[in-house]
Design a protein around this ligand. Structure first.
Ligand code: PGA
Length: 255
């Protein structure tokens, strides 16, 4: 059985003191959750302080992006080892907002992925189609291209540490989530692709999160699907009550 992983992507919200307030609230609410990996991904400037508060807790730290070079004259960028130094164990790569607003491609995703794996952290690689692509029946083709190009050259050994997040772009921040059936269809397809790229056993061990308007009201149905192994949560992760509710419901469904 794959262990669930639920990550909060705080995007560009919350300064340091707000980040600490949210983290402390979540620690209080979630201290007894045992069978779920809980990950918080604050803005870069909050990472080190949040990391301190998370010491000895059951909540782990992740970053929202990374640059693939180790160090150098790359103004504004941050390396995998710097994120690790700040306490991160996870890094989100290729979020659709990065692809849309910052020209990220499957090739840059691939380079970032290699850097994160080399650092020993676990990458959360985002894939997903736009509304236009879904309406043109291109969803599975797009997912295939994003995965094949994104995972190019990643060894079977490293693939075990991968986490994939299926995030239909039309469902992100829109309040319009994919139905559990729509999501499961793509998740099962992703797992079949991973089987082809790697092996059945490796594909069976890789966790695939769903993301896009996840909230307390729709998490139960999503978590009941056999190939959905957690969630990447944006808006609903910015609030103690909604994020902890999502996690508690998931624990109940998967117990
Ligand atoms: P949302 O964002 O939950 O606000 O739709 C999800 C994401 O972008 O990861």
């Amino acid at each position: 059985m794959r262990r669930l992983i639920i990550a909060g992507n705080w995007k560009m919200y919350k300064n340091i003191s707000e980040s600490l307030e949210l983290t402390n609230g979540l620690k209080r609410e979630l201290y007894d959750i045992e069978n779920i990996d809980i990950v918080l991904c604050p803005v870069f400037t909050s990472l080190a302080s949040v990391s301190e508060v998370l010491t000895d807790s059951n909540i782990q730290l992740g970053a929202q992006d990374v640059y693939w070079q180790k160090e150098g004259a790359f103004t504004g960028e941050i390396s995998a080892s710097m994120l690790k130094d700040a306490g991160c164990l996870f890094v989100i790569i290729g979020h659709s907002e990065r692809r849309q607003y910052f020209s990220e491609s499957n090739q840059s995703v691939n380079q970032k992925l290699k850097a994160v794996l080399e650092s020993g952290m676990a990458p959360i690689v985002c894939v997903g189609e736009t509304l236009k692509q879904r309406e043109a029946n291109k969803t599975l083709d797009i997912i295939k291209e994003q995965l094949q190009e994104g995972l190019e050259g990643i060894s079977a050994e490293d693939a075990g540490r991968l986490i994939i997040a299926y995030e239909p772009v039309w469902a992100i921040g829109t309040g319009k989530n994919a139905t559990a059936t729509q999501a499961e269809e793509v998740h099962a397809y992703i797992r079949s692709l991973l089987e082809k790229i790697y092996t059945k056993d490796i594909a069976a061990s890789i966790r695939i999160q769903y993301g896009g308007s996840v909230k307390p009201g729709n998490i139960e149905e999503l978590m009941q699907q056999p190939d959905i192994d957690g969630a990447l949560v944006g808006g609903a992760s910015l609030n103690v009550d909604s994020f902890s509710e999502i996690i508690k419901i998931s624990q109940r469904v998967r117990k």
